[in-house]
Design a binder for this molecule. Structure first.
Ligand code: B4P
Length: 196
């Protein structure tokens, strides 16, 4: 892949609080629209699974519900985009940017995003979904104390990202309070309205 291929790619940032349904809806979009789905959380968890020193460091941060250093996530995402460019030019970047600087750096090093899909859900709903998932997920961050911290991180660090892109007219806000299929009806309407 060349620099030009990177510049020609289409990127949709998928943002929402913890447990807002980002990963769930991205799977639906991939099925119907053939995007490549890259989840920053999944990429980080893969690194943790590898058992490397770096993985252990990342796991400790995720366990606290804090954000890992930007360089780590951006590097993983860029590598993943480059290695998928032969298959597609359309990418769903799920769980990123989580702070303003992440968006700025991504857009200057890779490509400006086309749109931002934002899943809007109440803290109470996110908490109950994550506690439910925590019964079987085995994730270090699906417990009550960490969920509280993740919600704080979302409100303090990620919300400004949404305002930033709202000012550029790029945000599509979807209420994700309802069931998976109902949420997807809204998502699909948006996806259908665009030329990919
Ligand atoms: P993520 O992996 O992004 O975790 P998440 O916010 O919980 O989203 P996820 O995609 O897994 O859940 P979903 O909402 O689909 O991040 C984890 C951690 O990694 C972060 O705290 C941070 O430490 C680190 N990290 C990740 N990205 C980073 C970055 N860019 N910079 C720095 N650090 C970063 O689904 C949740 C549950 O709800 C599921 O069980 C699902 O089945 C259910 N659900 C979904 N939609 C539903 C609906 N409509 N109705 C009922 N249930 C629903």
């Amino acid at each position: 892949a060349t620099e030009q291929d990177l510049k020609n790619s289409k990127v949709v940032f998928v943002i929402g609080g913890p447990g807002s349904g980002k990963g769930t809806q991205c799977a639906n979009i991939v099925r119907d629209f053939g995007f490549c789905h890259l989840s920053s959380g999944d990429l980080l968890r893969d690194e943790v699974k590898s058992g490397s020193e770096r993985g252990n460091r990342l796991n400790a941060i995720m366990e606290k519900g804090e954000l890992v250093p930007m360089e780590e996530v951006l590097g993983l995402l860029k590598d993943a985009i480059v290695s998928n460019l032969t298959k597609t030019k359309c990418f769903l970047i799920d769980g990123y940017p989580r702070e303003l600087e992440q968006g700025v750096r991504f857009e200057s090093e890779i490509v400006p995003c086309t749109n931002v899909l934002y899943f809007d859900v109440s803290d109470a709903t996110m908490t109950s979904r994550l506690l439910e998932r925590g019964k079987s997920s085995g994730r270090v961050d699906d417990n009550e104390a960490t969920i509280k911290k993740r919600l704080d991180t979302f409100h303090n660090q990620t919300k400004p990202v949404i305002s930033f892109y709202e000012r550029q007219g790029k945000v599509q806000k979807v209420s994700a309070e309802t069931g998976i299929d109902q949420v997807y009806t809204e998502v699909k309407k948006f996806m259908d309205s665009k030329q990919w």
